[in-house]
Design a protein. Structure first.
Lengths: 357, 357
DNA sequence: CTGAAAGCGCTTACAG
DNA sequence: CTGAAAGCGCTTACAG
């Protein structure tokens, strides 16, 4: 079907080496006349070099894999995941790399994903939000494939991520500084690495401030708006209804707000809500949230992987500061039960007030 | 670095053919004992078959390309593009295909993209919203690579797309039925195929109803919210300010609404606004809009390409009906100038009123 | 400047 | 059941 250098060589009575040299302008010199002849015939025949064959020899295919390791479907379901992917795509375009998205995640055969990744079709990979205990991560670490983590958890040397602990702490401390004591939390998808840190930090800060964390105050979500809505319904119906909710991301925060409002409760009148990410809708909905530089994180991870391929230097990883953006979804607690305590709580260091964007 | 069947063969004193047969359970039989031996050593060595080498022979690589043909950056900038990609990714996961996203679009070398696509790293491609006059499309048509268009324009046999003309007509007729006569339009990115049809249909309906379309009533946007905002500012300042705006997509409609509101004009009090797509935010913002099944369109296109690879049947294409969703951003015209005319205008056939989702 | 040859890592007829 | 050989489409030392 498609023509090959062999065909060109035969038609021109040349060797395939000469054709290859002519087509690639090297590495050996070729006479002007022959080069012209070869290139012309190649164009006529609609010749396209087979990159597979070339890559088999060179060992490079100029393609980086992106692996949403925990996702089973709808990997672009949330604005934040779209932003993560977009950051990687932009970096790819700048570096003239293509992106192979590994979508086939079979829960029953986790090894299959890794087989897929390590079968030489990519020069490196960016893993999105893996857990440190993920078997896939371990296998990739053991391979020689260049990789970096994006939006993964603390504590991995090649990870690019927001300071989840700092961000979560800022959110919870901020709520405490407003006088809230009954503060609940909706977690993200527990299969994702960042989710656990935000939850653990929430628990830690609460304990440290000697505030109670009843089991029912931690509801497991999945980063989707609907899970926030379900959590909000549960919170709204509690006897000891929380006066503030720290949500693992913005989408769930929107769901929580929907649920409370539908229950006839006002935000922030009856309940304060804080999100995480600062997606575009957050400004629009006046959601107080923790901002992270979504696009930059995956972009930097992508660049670092390509850099390792070129220079051998392993991705140094990076931690990006989180910034609490104060908007209209939070307000002082309805009735601060312990004024003394609420005075002692420090306000977090960096707060951006009434941010429009 | 990575081990090969050659290495396994040498260590076990077998031929590479036998190793291959053992590893693949065929196509030739191998004795139980040998098979076990081979598989065990393969596991020990961490052997991974090189898919490039295999694909070079089989001609299949189980990967489909996605080409956002007109995009130069931020290919996931809008909710609708995220939905398009998500639909393709979901289809890929179901069919166990990987997805290669072609991000490297050099405006100066449009042919490079095609070279990239046709160099045998994908078994087929889905082109997102190409124009029919795009040179890249022509080259792909001339190649033997299976392909389909998604969200492309009318009139291509392998295209999966909403009925843009019907959708645009529904939007404009609806505004006319509300008594509007000064109706303006913000186009999408002119490099995208769907954009031109929506604009042409707007012009056609206006002409047919004998309504004027001054040049200034058509503002060229790019599907991004900011371009809608800029268009909105221009409209708001016009002497003959339009009383209704039909926007090429939802994001630009939000921008238009922002601009009008910032100018102290109310939506829908002073101006009615209609979008296109029905992205999640539309319900939230009470935007009247034209719904299209974003995820299904790319999903079906993807399935059709894979089907062609397997059966040889070319993608039959499909046109999906558009549905006007009536919400709060539209209202009767402030002062219908020609009552007679506004009575004659029919309301479009299918309208879904006050849709929540 | 040109060519014959080896090889990238596999698959698969063709022999035994 | 096992092996020697050809070949997928290229690149690149090695000779001339």
């Amino acid at each position: 079907m498609a023509s090959t250098i062999k065909e060109i060589a035969q038609r021109l009575n040349l060797s395939i080496s000469t054709v290859s040299y002519a087509l690639n302008d090297g590495p050996k010199p070729v006479s002007e006349a022959v080069a012209r002849q070869v290139k012309e015939l190649a164009r006529e025949l609609g010749y396209r070099p087979n990159r597979l064959a070339k890559s088999l020899i060179t060992g490079r295919i100029h393609t980086i894999g992106i692996v949403p390791i925990a996702a089973e479907a709808d990997i672009l379901a949330t604005p934040s995941s779209s932003a993560f992917f977009n950051g990687a795509f932009n970096a790819a375009a700048r570096l003239r790399q293509d992106v192979l998205v590994f979508t086939a995640h079979d829960r029953n055969k986790p090894d299959q994903v890794v087989d897929d990744i390590l079968d030489s079709r990519v020069d490196g990979v960016v893993l999105i939000a893996p857990r440190l205990d993920s078997p896939a991560l371990r296998q990739i670490e053991q391979s020689s494939l260049p990789y970096a983590l994006a939006a993964g958890p603390e504590g991995h040397p090649h990870c690019y991520h927001v300071d989840d602990a700092q961000g979560a702490r800022a959110a919870v401390e901020y709520l405490i500084s407003l006088g809230h004591r009954r503060i609940a939390h909706v977690t993200g998808n527990p299969a994702l690495g960042d989710s656990a840190i935000r939850r653990d930090t929430y628990v830690e800060v609460m304990r440290h401030r000697q505030l109670l964390v009843p089991d029912e105050y931690i509801v497991i979500g999945d980063y989707l708006r609907a899970s926030g809505y379900r959590a909000g319904i549960r919170f709204a119906e509690m006897k000891d209804r929380p006066t503030a909710i720290f949500c693992g991301n913005d989408d769930m925060a929107f769901g929580v707000m929907d649920a409370f409002r539908r229950a006839g409760l006002s935000v922030p009148g009856h309940v304060s809500v804080v999100g995480f990410d600062d997606t575009p809708l957050a400004a629009h909905e006046q959601l107080t949230t923790v901002r992270q530089p979504l696009q930059q994180i995956t972009g930097d991870a992508f660049n670092a992987v390509v850099n390792q391929i070129q220079t051998g230097d392993r991705p140094p990883g990076a931690r990006y500061p989180a910034l609490l953006i104060e908007r209209g979804s939070t307000a002082p607690a309805p009735e601060p039960p312990f004024k003394a305590l609420s005075r002692t709580a420090r306000r977090p260091d960096s707060i951006l007030r009434n941010a429009v964007t």
